[in-house]
Design a protein around this ligand. Structure first.
Ligand code: ZN
Length: 102
């Protein structure tokens, strides 16, 4: 049986209720104040599946992969730079005297 999320209008507490798909929100009793004024909250995963199922699932996956690659790619330059940059003691780059004497 599915678990539904409800929010009580009276005491404004949210709670979960395991009910049949035929259960109605107005029949659901709040476990805190026992009022039958709960509204059903749409679980996020259900709405996501409904929204993205047909058009963009593969695209989303590809996008996620690209993002992952970009993330890895973005992490590479600093690593390489760290290797190539000489220790801070022998910084010839920031020394104008040794740099100009070519
Ligand atoms: Zn309540």
């Amino acid at each position: 049986m599915p678990v539904y999320e409800y929010r009580c209008q009276k005491c404004e507490k949210s709670f979960e209720a395991t009910q049949s798909v035929h259960a109605r929100a107005e029949d659901t009793e709040c476990p805190f104040c026992h009022a039958q004024e709960a509204t059903r909250l749409l679980s996020s995963f259900a709405s996501t599946i409904k929204g993205d199922h047909k058009p963009g699932f593969a695209e989303l996956k590809a996008k996620a992969m690209v993002n992952e690659r970009m993330d890895k790619f973005a992490k590479l330059p600093p690593l390489n730079a760290k290797r190539n940059v000489p220790p801070p003691n022998t910084s010839s780059d920031s020394n104008p005297i040794t740099g100009a004497g070519s």
